[in-house]
Ligand binder design. Structure first.
Ligand SMILES: [Zn+2]
Length: 342
């Protein structure tokens, strides 16, 4: 099959395009002919060796996949060759207490497709049958591939961790990022007023087109004061953040007394200063978050089918140009997802 694989860890140049033997189909698994695969920052972290540094090479990245079922392994029910599908990116044992309790993203054996096993930068990918869901008919392949990881991640943050309620002020950091594109829409769906930050007026306008009520340019050092002003001095009741060390103190100062912050990444660096007085005196809560239960893709797909949630494709490239896609992602030039057509 044609594929893009990592030959070593490093810059985008370690991504090689060519022919490689396809993954074998095992019992209980499904082989999908990939139509589109969306890029995530996870791909960059794995490529650099920051995530899963001991991963055997060669390795195929890519966790957000839409395609057509090519074949099914022994014992697979409810999925047939020819089905148009999206692939849920989280893989777990399916039998431990966490899995059976609907917290499969806390399973000790939890894996992410394209990180711990071969992913979708390829014509074919093999996944467990439990990870196959029907593609919403109204979405293109590119849109469908843009959906799973970011919407799952944002759903757990907004709904499960922050428990956003109607009328609350929700701050969504870095509006152009895939998780933020999803979080803006999910927060609006739950009746919140959304304040989005971005580094350019163009991205702020795109955030408002997605439903954000207010926009704040966070390239100004006092950006958090603008969030306070927009909330009558109160600050945001709930915050979706993944921007890291550079903005962390601002995030804390932009949060209301008794407010909640959910953190899903740290793009600008892991080593941040936390003014602890703000945490206890103003009674802030901080929720770490990674992915979501596979079950959350069911309501997400329902709302997508109804047109109430919409993935945003920012740039499209052929599979052979995966390295260029990584550059686009790392330079944050794109609003929405970078997607490879296979
Ligand atoms: Zn488990």
């Amino acid at each position: 099959m044609r594929a893009v694989w990592m030959t070593s860890r490093g810059g985008p140049e370690v991504l090689r395009y060519g022919e490689i033997a396809p993954p074998l189909l095992e019992a209980g698994q499904v082989r999908v002919a990939v139509k589109a695969v969306a890029l995530n920052h996870l791909d960059v972290w794995v490529r650099k060796g920051i995530a899963s540094p001991k991963l055997p090479l060669p390795h195929i990245l890519g966790c957000d996949i839409a395609g057509v079922v090519e074949s099914v392994g022994a014992g697979v029910r409810g999925v047939a060759p020819g089905d148009a599908v999206v692939v849920s990116p989280g893989i777990s044992c399916g039998r431990c207490e966490r899995c059976l309790g609907g917290q499969d993203n806390l399973c000790p054996e939890y894996q992410i497709l394209g990180e711990h096993r071969w992913g979708g930068y390829a014509e074919l990918v093999v996944v467990p049958a439990a990870n196959i869901l029907p593609k919403p008919a109204r979405l293109s392949w590119l849109e469908a591939a843009s959906l799973p990881l970011t919407f799952l991640t944002a759903w757990q943050m907004v709904v499960d961790k922050l428990q956003v309620r109607p009328g609350e002020d929700v701050l969504v950091m870095a509006a152009g990022a895939g998780v933020s594109v999803a979080a803006i829409q999910i927060a609006k769906l739950h009746g919140a007023r959304v304040i989005a930050t971005a580094s350019s007026d163009e991205k702020l306008a795109q955030a408002k087109a997605l439903g954000a009520d207010e926009g704040v340019n966070y390239s100004h050092p006092d950006w958090y004061k603008e969030v306070r002003r927009l909330t009558g001095g109160k600050g945001a009741d709930a915050v979706v953040d993944h921007t890291g060390a550079q903005y962390w103190e601002g995030v804390i100062k932009a949060t209301a007394w008794g407010g909640r912050i959910s953190l899903v990444g740290a793009s600008s660096g892991y080593e941040a200063t936390t003014p602890l007085s703000h945490i206890f005196y103003r009674q802030l809560s901080i929720f770490g978050s990674t992915m979501a239960s596979k079950s959350r893709l069911f309501p997400i797909l329902q709302f997508v089918a109804e047109g109430k949630l919409q993935p945003v494709v920012g740039a499209t490239l052929p599979l052979s140009q995966a390295a260029e896609g990584h550059r686009l992602l790392e330079e944050r030039r794109v609003f929405g997802k970078v997607v490879l057509e296979v």
